[in-house]
Design a protein around this ligand. Sequence first.
Ligand code: DOR
Ligand code: ZN
Length: 419
Amino acid sequence: MITITNIKRVGSEKTESVTIEGGLIKGWNLLEEGDIIDGQGGTVAPALIELHAHLREPGQTEKEDLSSGLAAAAAGGYGTVVSMPNTSPVVDDPAIVRTLIEKAAGLGFARLRPAAALTKGQKGEELAELTYLKEAGAAMFTDDGRTNENARTLRLGLETAGSLGMVISVHAEDASLRADGVMNEGPVSEALGLPGNPAAAEAARVARDIEIVAGLHAQGVPARLHVQHLSTARALDLVRAAKAQGLPVTCEVCPHHLTLTDEALRSFDAIYKVAPPLRTQADADHLLEGLRDGSVDCLATDHAPHTRAEKERDLLDAPSGIAYIELAFPLMYTRFGETLGLERILDLMTAAPARVMGWAAPTLDAGQKADLVILDLTTERPVNPAEFRSKAKFTPWAGETLKGWPVLTVVDGKVAFQR
Ligand code: DOR
Ligand code: ZN
């Protein structure tokens, strides 16, 4: 049994305590029992839920592994992480899904809900064995990291996954439009003489995928499409319109697309290379508006660690990806606490991703699973990548002063992180 004392619930000034027993929340303000942890006046919330992280197991453990990635997630306040299947080999085999879940369960960090590949080898042609992957514990299907060029295969996948009650997430970029672009196409890419990736690559792909869903929906097929790391204003307008028509389409936005723009590439530093690319301030402003009006469903980080040597390569050769699961909440809270408000930010990182997945809404009521985070909303601290649990000990926000740092993360009633 654990009792966490000296904490406040969101919107309340009352100091309370919560007691946890057998993995569940036993109750509030009971006699303080068991091990006592001082919450130091922090704010308690359900543990964050991440729908998009690259943990690199199996096969790419020089970048990250389950232990470093899930420890990093817990340090970021996350209780649950959906890992991406673009590993080596690809997670397209039920045995791999089972191994990942078993391995993660023994670590004591964030809980793992692995996504499985939609197609065999993520090659985009032949569907993976979705039924068996679901049985093994796959949380969703996605070929993330690659784009679903074969529309017919995606359509079949949406039908099959829909009949299983599963979400398909898509990395929405048209490969032929994206071509060899390494950053957003626009005045900055032109000034730098770098190959651009146009907004139309994303918007055109989102339009195609929405049309596929619309056709299935009209036939009564329960397809569910989730657009990952949506980055452009035009793609968001398409999702907004699809929702207005009642189509089962959701989308996520990443904090890096809200806080960085293509101007950052003037440094020629590949730390800013990400797919889809950093866009313009107008895009970022539009995405923020989408978070406010509800047309964006949730936040996700797309934590995508690579080795320092890989990210120190030339922009043309470096792999895409930004890793920052440990600072996503402080970044959102520091930058947008005033505009969005604490409650909306927390919703976007807890209940909202649960809604996208069709999972029960996380709450802190007695009897519920004890997955919670204590956040210090006041102490300002500089981002120090040397302290990261992630193997990627570098980040665009190094040295920046942020507040809202998690001080304690509890997963399944056990301490998964304590600062
Ligand atoms: O920037 C990205 N990195 N985008 C992706 O879709 C894949 C990811 C990765 O695996 O590194
Ligand atoms: Zn992606």
